[in-house]
Design a protein around this ligand. Structure first.
Ligand SMILES: *Cc1c(COP(=O)(O)O)cnc(C)c1O
Length: 357
């Protein structure tokens, strides 16, 4: 399918951020976006790159009422030589299609979506920042556009990709974050939509996150929905704990998001010969390990922050300091390795990196 291009006039391009070292997360978008429509019977039609701007949406559009919306999050990285790299981007679109299937939305053609994404990045390539710690965030998303007020899967959808330069996801950067173990609210139950990147999961998580933020925490750590006993994940990251010499993370049983950074980190630690377990880990074991000095490290994994060390875990009113509140050895090693591969500075034995410029 031919991708139509309608470019912004050169005298109407937006100004780029003046100081890249001050970039935050998610406030700036580039000059263009990719759009494509779907209609039952016709399939995907009219793929196009157009000037960035608001779209018109019917107040009865089904996404607004019943939450048929999915998204992805990935990045493009600027190498020291000016090159631009992607990291395992196909995995993001495969997951996008799995999310689509879970909420009865049509799948996209992965090759077309990736071609469109690359065209968009290259058109707006001046926006890919160069300063260390920065990248271009890529947000593919899909929503149900059919105007209809009864509950059923919609017959029309809009797929789009928007992009924008970002800095650190958390204001802490690589400084350890404080997390609050949530034992009242839950994020997702087995059989629910926890493993899909769909809007409702995030709406459901906001209240707990806000209450935790008021108490001074960066994120909440979710426990399982049935017993509030086993570790699930944090807001937008999977969680890894190092207890003695064992690297432990929750198994992909359906209620957590199967993170690509999680998968990359597991690949690396297995290759480094460390003992790895994907198993249900009771929060009581983590707290006990913290009290007895056996909890060596805890960290989150996710595209936005890569590796985010945890310096404090608070559970049932008690604070537990992890790794003396500093970034642990494995966290640092993983961060260096993954970031090194992403920015073209380290060898890429797994074929994760793709140079697009
Ligand atoms: C996106 C996301 C992650 C991390 O996934 P990555 O592919 O590593 O970016 C983890 N948990 C949740 C809930 C997420 O939305």
């Amino acid at each position: 399918m031919e991708i139509e291009m309608r470019q912004v006039k050169s005298d109407q391009l937006k100004p780029k951020p003046e100081d890249e070292s001050k970039l935050g997360f998610g406030d700036i978008v580039t000059d263009h976006m990719f759009l494509m429509d779907y209609e039952t019977g016709k399939g995907w039609i009219d793929p196009r790159i157009v000037p960035y701007g608001p779209f018109e949406i019917d107040p009865a559009a089904m996404a607004i009422h019943y939450g048929q919306e999915i998204f992805e999050g990935l990045k493009a990285y600027r190498g020291k030589d000016g090159g631009i790299f992607l990291f395992r981007s196909k995995e993001n679109f495969k997951r996008f299609n799995r999310s689509a299937a879970r909420v009865c939305m049509p799948e996209v053609d992965i090759d077309l979506a990736i071609t469109a994404m690359k065209k968009l990045i290259l058109l707006d390539k001046e926006w890919v920042p160069c300063t260390e710690g920065t990248s271009l965030y890529i947000r593919p998303a899909m929503l149900a556009t059919e105007p209809h007020l009864g509950v059923r899967p919609a017959n029309s959808y809009l797929f789009f990709i928007i992009i924008g330069p970002v800095g650190a996801y958390y204001k802490e950067g690589l400084n350890p974050i404080k997390i609050y173990v949530e034992d009242k609210y839950i994020r997702a139950a087995l059989g629910g939509t926890g493993e899909a990147k769909t809007a409702g999961n995030y709406a459901a998580s906001l209240l707990a996150a806000e209450e935790a933020k008021e108490k001074g925490f960066t994120q909440v750590l979710w426990l399982d929905a049935v017993e509030r006993k086993y570790i699930e994940e944090v807001g937008t990251m999977n969680m890894v704990f190092v207890i003695e010499d064992e690297v432990i993370t929750a198994p992909l049983t359906g209620s957590i998001l199967p993170g690509i950074t999680r998968d990359s980190a597991l690949h690396l630690v297995r290759d480094w010969g460390l003992k790895v377990a994907e198993r249900s880990l009771p929060i009581d074991d983590v707290i006990e390990a913290a009290k007895t000095g056996r909890l060596k490290e805890a960290f989150g994994t996710g595209t936005a922050a890569v590796i985010s060390p945890v310096g404090q875990i608070t559970y049932k009113g008690e604070d537990h300091i992890v790794a003396n509140g500093k970034m642990g050895e494995l966290s640092q090693r993983l961060y260096n390795e993954i970031v090194g591969i992403q920015y073209g500075e380290k060898e890429d034995p797994y074929g994760w990196r793709e140079k697009i410029l």
